[in-house]
Ligand binder design. Structure first.
Ligand code: SF4
Length: 889
């Protein structure tokens, strides 16, 4: 703990890896602020990071090891896991067991997990959910550079004159990096081009948005390579000195002429020409890419098509230049570094390379070393479904919601003879199928390191008290390893010792042949580890700390030291739309949510912006379907179906729809969107195509729609539709059903958990003609619950209604509550736009229309919206545009 009780640690969400200062509060939450000294964020935080303190506490935590439904002590649970693993291996061989881990675990956890599986059990069947996020970048880097090296740093985005963002909604998915870019643009006018099928919030600061057809990226960048050659923009000296394969890559790139590029990408000739001219004419160019590139059946080719253009112009590894993959998870990079992927060994060594296998085995003095790559995530779960994997240990991830073909994953787990889940939460959609559940440490309780997208290793430090029986992930694995007879190799006394061992391995027989070397930390003592400041790798033994870039002068990690151009012939997405499935579904993240919401859904303010899962669709498509915003729709693919609220969104490309990945069965009736996605993967990276699933959209038949709020968690599981969220004082839920109840008050009492024994006064209003039913329950004048129902989507001022929960209401307020809207003397803030300061849409419209604010900055000065993380500035911009349009009309 540092000065004033503050502890320096790192945000556990996205790959930006922001430094956080945290100070525990007596109630189990924590004060949180950005660390001004951390070089990733210099004190900034986004809405998710700022709300971290509200996601803590023991509520909903797994508090003891569980075998089935019975708690037990750690020895009993670990003995059982070790015994079952030993029996399975004895009967079916080492490849019958697997470990599926996560970009949420720390580098030390990853290192221990890999050591056990690859070096001691002797199988490479360990993969990570980072496979779903950035495996194509890893594969693309390795093909081009001979190593999984991110050449640049965040500073390059600030030094560039042109930043091209491909398949990256930086504003929502990497908000602090977006803020740094936006600030750089203010300072020196960086040009920004966004290439994305959707007009995302990131386009707020873009000079140009290319609404590319899904899967068109390879064609666009192939065309760029041909253009660079035609314009004489190739850096001949760099290409000759440091690369090979240029001619073949260029020949493949020329396979499509400019017209064909236009037709594949759906972009106009002018737009393509403008982009090519900007790239061609700007030396200091950084191309940032993320899931929109990676999550594709041609993801690795997309990465290489981008890298080809940077190699051809020699724009790599110099300030303000380079291809830049930004990772989704806080420690996706740490997993890559320690061999978290089934085809990698620890310390960036290759499983397929016999020399690397020898090095790692000699260092570990291990009895075995996996001799072939293991099963990648999607294949791994297919093997579970087919009964080839008979024992699976899942750590800090929720594959029943996050993997493609999610219902098949669920069925596979249900039939698997042994499922062990290490997690923080008592229940999620995956742990429901666990035979053994092991309580893990949460953020604030853990101790170790993570690596962000610019190769910067930072400490996550303990500052909160853990539940007494929760244990570190590395400790759980080491304990099982000891029970399997590998005690000496797994006898660390804490994460510092693991980090030292890992650092030593990075330097072992390295001598500059491998990119990842942090052997300067191989002798770090406990105090040094406790005080370890963020640093970028590499740091070979004896070298000083400095900002690092790779490849400005070549020095690639291939056999001949040259980078490889990769020929990337265009391939269309694996599936196309049809008459039966006429829309292409893109899945992705929302601004204020993280993964399957086990953490972010605990912070009420993070549920304000999007309390319900929506399907975004272009208004013209909605019009053709005859379905309007606010109606419920069933979205169906060849694999499954979900029910979502329709939201017309002009930012969508006609023909494409978008749905968020976050909702689970705990929070919504049928919103696990990965049930729709087919397990079709990039053949090299094994990363699934999550952004191009053909679907049909049709109205969901509900006879009534409702909105409920309650101090108690609403009881909604028997309804055909629900989506619930926490509020400051209780819960809110959107509900609907296909059966009209005979007893509305009985239904309301059931949904609102109003037991007859409780002394509540219920006010009710019914209008049989219009099908309106409203209930409000009071205990000594305090509103404890309310429910509104109607035949169609409800016009209730939800933000205002939620604010009345837990308040004493006078008779007039009670009537207004039943009416579902405030009186004329009370401001209805409308849906919340700025989660940081809880500023509603109506408040923003007021200062635009009545206050004359014409920029997001002016709005911020008046009502603070958009002045913290800045992620809502795009939405504010849209409200300004809409107001201008209305005025002009
Ligand atoms: Fe956390 Fe990413 Fe937000 Fe930084 S930008 S505070 S790392 S979620």
């Amino acid at each position: 703990m540092g000065e004033g009780g503050w502890t320096r640690t790192t945000c556990p969400y996205c790959g930006v890896g922001c430094g956080v200062l945290a100070r525990p509060r007596p109630d189990g939450s924590a004060e949180i602020k950005g660390d001004p000294e951390h070089p990733a964020n210099f004190g900034r935080l986004c809405s998710k990071g700022a709300a971290l303190g509200e996601t803590m506490g023991f509520d909903g935590r797994l508090l003891a090891p569980m075998v089935g439904d019975r708690s037990c002590d750690w020895d009993a649970a670990l003995d059982l896991v070790a015994t079952r693993l030993r029996e399975t291996i004895a009967a079916h061989g080492p490849d019958s067991v697997a470990l599926y881990v996560s970009g949420q675990i720390l580098t030390e956890d990853y290192y221990v997990a890999n050591k056990l599986m690859k070096g001691f059990i002797g199988t490479a069947n360990i993969d990570t959910n980072s496979r779903l996020c950035m495996a194509s970048s890893v594969a693309g880097h390795k093909r081009a550079f001979g190593s999984d090296t991110v050449p640049g740093t965040y500073e390059d985005l600030e030094l560039a004159d042109l930043v091209v963002l491909v398949g990256s909604n930086l504003a929502w998915c990497h908000p602090v990096l977006f803020q740094r870019l936006a600030a750089a643009r203010e300072r020196h006018g960086t040009r920004i081009i966004v290439i994305d099928p959707r007009r995302t919030a990131t386009c707020e600061i873009a000079d140009m948005h290319l609404a590319i057809a899904p899967g068109g990226d390879v064609a666009l960048f192939n065309g760029l390579l041909a253009h660079l050659a035609d314009e004489g923009r190739i850096d001949e000296a760099y290409v000759a000195a440091h690369t090979s394969g240029f001619d073949a890559a260029l020949a493949a790139a020329r396979a499509l002429d400019r017209d064909a590029v236009g037709s594949v990408t759906g972009l106009s000739g002018d737009a393509i020409a403008a982009f090519y001219a900007a790239f061609s004419g700007t030396e200091k160019t950084v191309t940032v890419y993320s899931q929109g590139v990676n999550q594709s059946s041609a993801g690795t080719d997309k990465v290489n098509a981008i890298i080809n253009c940077h190699l051809a112009t020699g724009r790599i590894g110099r300030p303000g230049m380079g291809p830049f993959s930004v990772t989704g998870q806080p420690n996706a990079m740490g997993g890559r570094e320690t061999g978290g992927l089934a085809n990698m060994l620890a310390a960036h060594m290759e499983l397929a390379d016999p020399a690397h296998r020898r090095i790692v085995q000699a260092f570990w003095k291990s009895p075995a070393i996996a001799s072939a790559p293991g099963l990648k995530a999607v294949d791994l779960f297919e093997a579970v479904g087919e009964g080839r994997i008979k024992a699976l240990w899942i750590m800090a991830t929720n594959p029943v919601d996050s993997l493609p073909d999610a219902d098949a994953v669920r069925a596979g787990l249900a039939a698997c003879p042994l499922v062990v889940v290490s997690d923080v939460v008592a229940e999620n959609d995956t742990s429901r199928h666990a035979h053994v559940r092991l309580p893990a440490l949460a953020w604030g309780e853990k101790d170790g390191t993570v690596t962000n997208s610019e190769r910067r290793i930072s400490r996550q430090r303990t500052f909160a008290t853990a539940p007494p029986l929760a244990r570190a992930d590395w400790w759980q694995i080491a304990q099982v390893a000891q029970r399997l007879g590998f005690g000496d190799a797994f006898a660390w006394d804490g994460p510092a010792a693991i980090f030292r061992e890992y650092a030593a391995l990075t330097g072992y027989e390295n001598g500059g042949t491998r990119d990842l070397d942090i052997s300067t930390y191989a002798r770090l003592d406990g105090q040094g580890y406790a005080a370890l400041a963020p640093f970028q790798w590499p740091r070979p033994a004896g070298t000083p700390q400095k900002e690092t870039r790779f490849f400005a002068d070549g020095g690639y990690y291939t056999a001949d030291g040259r980078a490889r151009f990769v020929a990337t012939p265009f391939r269309a997405p694996a599936q196309t739309v049809s008459q039966a499935l006429p829309f292409l579904l893109n899945t992705g993240r929302l601004r204020d949510q993280w993964h399957t919401m086990t953490r972010t859904s605990r912070a009420p303010r993070l549920m304000l912006h999007a309390p319900e899962p929506c399907l975004e669709i272009h208004p013209a498509d909605a019009g053709r379907l005859g379905i309007a915003s606010g109606e419920l729709v069933e979205v169906e693919s060849a694999r499954g179906s979900v029910v979502l609220r329709l939201a017309e969104q002009p930012a969508q490309r006609p023909g494409d729809v978008f749905a968020p990945i976050h909702w689970t069965d705990q929070l919504a009736s049928r919103a696990r969107v990965d049930t729709l996605v087919a397990p079709i993967c990039d053949p090299i990276s094994g990363q699934p195509e999550s952004k191009a699933t053909p679907v049909a959209v049709r109205r969901f038949a509900a006879t009534w729609h409702g909105f409920a709020l309650s101090l108690a968690e609403p009881r909604v599981v028997n309804l055909a539709y629900f989506a619930k969220a926490r509020t400051d004082r209780g819960f809110r839920a959107e509900i609907a059903d296909s059966n009209e109840p005979e007893d509305w008050e009985g239904l309301a009492r059931s949904v609102l958990v109003l037991d007859e024994r409780y002394d509540v006064e219920v006010l009710a209003y019914h209008d049989a003609a219009t099908g309106q039913h409203r209930f409000a329950a009071f205990r000594r004048d305090v509103l404890v619950a309310a429910m509104f129902a109607a035949r169609g989507p409800l016009a209730v001022s939800r933000t205002w209604a939620v604010e009345q929960l837990g308040r004493a209401l006078d008779p007039g307020d009670r009537l207004r509550l039943l009416a579902g809207r405030p009186g004329s003397d009370v401001k209805d803030r409308g849906p919340i736009v700025c989660a940081c300061f809880e500023v509603g849409r109506n408040e923003i419209i007021d200062v635009i229309v009545a206050g004359g604010c014409r920029t997001a900055t002016a709005v911020g000065e008046r009502v603070r919206a958009g002045t913290n993380c800045g992620s809502c500035r795009a939405e504010i911009g849209r409200l300004i545009d809409a107001a201008e349009l209305q005025k002009a009309g």
